[in-house]
Design a protein around this ligand. Structure first.
Ligand SMILES: *Cc1c(COP(=O)(O)O)cnc(C)c1O
Length: 234
C-alpha cells in the first residue's frame, strides 16, 4: 500500500468505528504524527487529505515546518515541552499544544504569550497510567491544577490529552474510560476559561479502544507512515 492508500484505509477504519457507535466521523480529528519523517513525506500526506499534523520535538518542527510548501494544515505540538523552548514553539503558531502538564509550564507559556498578544489553545496532559516515565498530571491533582491554569488569560483550555500504555491496548481501556469521565465531569463543571471540546487519546496500536471510550482526537504515526527509524531525518 502506498501512503495515499494507507491514509484512505485508516479513514475508512475510523468511519467504521464511528458508525458502530452511532457517532459522526466529522466529529473526529485525525492528527498524522509526522515525527522522524522527512518533509517530502509530510507533503505527500497533505496532498492525500491529511489536514492536521503532529510533532513532538520543537527543534525538529522548527527545521521541518518552514520547509513545507503547503500551508494548509494545522500544527499540533504533542511532545513534552521544555520551558526554554516555548518561544520557538510559539513562532510556529501551533493550533493546539497537547502537552501542558503543570501549572508552572502553563504560567511560563502565559508569560511568553503576553509579549505576543496572542491566545493559545491548549490541552491538559494527564498521566493516566501513572507511569514514572510519562509526563502529565495525575487524575487526583488535575481538577485543582486546571482551575489554576484557567486563570491565565492568554490560555484557552480546550480539553484533555493522554498517552495509553504501550502494551496490549485493552489494558488502556479503563484509563481511557477514566479520562472520559474526567472530561465529562469538567465539562459539566463549567469552569470559567475551560472548555472541554477535545479528548486527545489513541495512537496506532490503541486508537480503536480510545474511540470506543470516547476520544474525538487521535494521534496516529506508524499506522500511516510505517515504522519509524530514528536518527536519519530527526
Ligand atoms: C509518536 C506519538 C504518537 C503516535 O504514535 P504511533 O504509535 O506511531 O501512532 C502519538 N502521540 C504522541 C504523544 C507521540 O509522541
Amino acid at each position: 500500500m502506498n501512503l495515499q492508500n494507507r491514509i484512505e484505509h485508516l479513514q475508512d477504519e475510523l468511519r467504521t468505528i464511528c458508525q458502530s457507535q452511532n457517532r459522526s466521523f466529522d466529529e473526529i480529528t485525525l492528527i498524522a504524527v509526522t515525527k522522524t519523517h522527512p518533509v517530502e513525506l509530510i507533503e505527500t500526506a497533505l496532498k492525500a487529505g491529511i489536514t492536521h499534523i503532529g510533532e513532538n520535538k520543537v527543534q525538529e518542527a522548527m527545521r521541518k515546518l518552514p520547509m513545507l510548501i503547503s500551508k494548509n494544515y494545522s500544527f499540533h505540538f504533542i511532545g513534552h515541552l521544555q520551558s526554554n523552548k516555548i518561544n520557538q514553539l510559539l513562532s510556529l503558531k501551533p493550533a493546539l499544544i497537547h502537552s501542558i502538564d503543570s501549572v508552572y509550564l502553563a504560567q511560563k507559556l502565559h508569560l511568553a504569550l503576553g509579549r505576543t498578544n496572542r491566545m493559545q489553545d491548549i490541552l491538559i496532559q494527564i498521566n493516566s497510567s501513572e507511569e514514572e516515565s510519562k509526563s502529565g498530571m495525575g487524575f487526583a491533582e488535575a481538577e485543582a491544577a486546571i482551575s489554576e491554569i484557567a486563570c491565565f488569560s492568554s490560555l484557552r483550555i480546550r480539553g484533555l490529552m493522554t498517552i495509553g500504555k504501550l502494551d496490549e491496548p485493552e489494558i488502556s481501556r479503563p484509563l481511557f474510560r477514566q479520562m472520559k469521565e474526567l472530561f465529562e465531569h469538567l465539562r459539566e463543571s463549567n469552569l470559567p476559561g475551560v472548555r472541554m471540546d477535545y479528548l486527545s487519546m489513541g495512537m496506532s496500536h490503541d486508537y480503536k479502544i480510545a474511540l470506543e471510550e470516547g476520544a474525538n482526537m487521535v494521534r496516529i504515526g506508524s499506522a500511516i507512515f510505517g515504522e519509524r527509524t530514528y536518527g536519519v531525518h530527526n
